[in-house]
Design a protein around this ligand. Structure first.
Ligand code: URA
Length: 236
């Protein structure tokens, strides 16, 4: 059970003050009975709550896809930097979503955010091996020996041996590549190229498992995942 004003506020039906005003005007009903007190307790999953003639559609979880811009950190709070959560509109923030894994501050592209802790946990579990595809610009041209080294499993600094990864070099420009990795170590893609004597100059994640970054979603823009996409993630 939760306070009525909190339920409505979290669902984006206005500020606490506006909701109080709606209740005072008799515009809110719970199971057909006019609510008298914005602090009354209700069960958003069972009770039928109507505000201004509109029945609220309650949902507990939210699943968002952001095209992360450079310069923001993949966290919910940071003392110095803008976070990806800071970029969300209030209606989404009220669900208290957090990023599923991390992209570096200078990395752009597909980042999932949710408040579904269980899904987050499953997607990030070391043994889940979800494919992540990155578009990469390099300082130097990549060649067949890089493809082979990635395929075999590269040893990166610190002695960690990566799982086999796929490297595809663009036909037009050998400094442009796509990399598919199935794990997510800190700075992994950058460290993999460093181990090859190369350097990443631009990094963009283009997919996470079955979820693909939309070409028309500008950096900093956000959309909700479709039911189909959520199902695909749940069933991975
Ligand atoms: N690999 C990196 O080096 N950085 C990222 O942000 C993601 C993968």
């Amino acid at each position: 059970m939760e306070r009525l004003d909190k339920i409505l506020g979290n669902m984006g039906y206005g500020s606490r003050k506006e909701i109080k005003e709606s209740v005072r005007k008799g515009l809110v009903t719970v199971n057909g009975i006019v609510a008298k007190d914005p602090g009354m307790k209700a069960d958003p999953e069972k009770d039928v709550i109507v505000i201004d003639g509109e029945e609220i559609v309650y949902r507990k979880y939210i699943y968002l896809l952001m095209n992360k811009p450079a310069g923001v950190v993949s966290a919910t709070f940071d003392n110095h930097d803008t976070t990806v959560v800071d970029l969300l509109p209030f209606d989404y923030k009220s669900f208290e979503p957090f990023p599923v894994g991390r992209l570096d501050k200078d990395t752009v592209g597909l980042l999932l955010l949710t408040n579904d802790g269980e899904l987050n946990h499953r997607l990030l579990a070391p043994k889940s091996h979800v494919d992540k595809v990155y578009y990469v610009n390099l300082e130097n041209e990549a060649d067949e020996s890089d493809i082979e080294a990635f395929r075999k499993g590269l040893e990166i600094d610190g002695g960690y041996r990566c799982m086999p990864a796929d490297l595809v070099i663009s036909e037009d420009d050998r400094k442009e590549v796509h990399v598919t990795i199935r794990e997510g170590k800190f700075h992994q893609v950058k460290r993999m190229f460093k181990a090859r004597g190369n350097e990443v100059t631009f990094l963009q994640r283009v997919s996470f498992g079955p979820i693909v970054l939309d070409e028309d979603l500008d950096e900093g823009e956000i959309r909700e995942l479709t039911d189909e996409e959520i199902n695909m993630l749940q069933n991975l």
